[in-house]
Design a binder for this molecule. Sequence first.
Ligand code: HPA
Ligand code: MG
Length: 223
Amino acid sequence: MARAESCSGVGSPQLTDNWPGYSLDLFCYPAHYSGDLDCVFIPHGMIMDRTERLARNIMDELGDNDIVVLCVLKGGYQFCADLVDRIKALSHNSQRSIPMRVHFIRLKSYLNDCSTEDLHIVGAEDLSFLAGKNVLIVEAIVGTGKTMKALLEHVQAFRPQMIKVAALLVKRVSNTWAYLPDYVGFEIPDRFVVGYALDYNEYFRDLNHICAISEAAKMKYKI
Ligand code: HPA
Ligand code: MG
């Protein structure tokens, strides 16, 4: 269910606008990214712990029915893999094991650190197998919510029984969102972040933590 105005009350951890992050010296990260990052915004372990809880919330709500997971590539692959892993573990340990299918679609709307107007959806041409199913869309990050709103309209046309959206991050790009996910990992300030499969021009997907990118790196990897 979409929520209109604000994320507060959704019950996700909120990183405040002045959140400084953690010093890079306190964590391990790939040497090839030294100089490219400002700080560790969300350590990998915390992402995993939060994901486990989201999986539980999802199972509590959707666990009575078969689930079709729609993983939004590319940024959503790591979150989706870890979330599906946790849902599977809960499902296998419960009274009734839940069949789950995973399908992949690809969205592209970013160049450098800017959102472009044109949204491309790839792999979503024929989603007729979603008819009557419970669908869980899994996305890494929601900004204004416009992209997700467009995707939802696209998916709804295939008449699933229910659609829920899980996003690891919701970014405070303004006071209002066009769409807010049903399950939110963390609400974060309006900063460009990378890591845990989130990229800047395809770099940084191989970084485990979610980090703030340095201005120098934005220049270095600009296209
Ligand atoms: N990082 C990476 N990809 C993104 C972001 C971000 O902060 N926002 C939207 N797509
Ligand atoms: Mg990207």
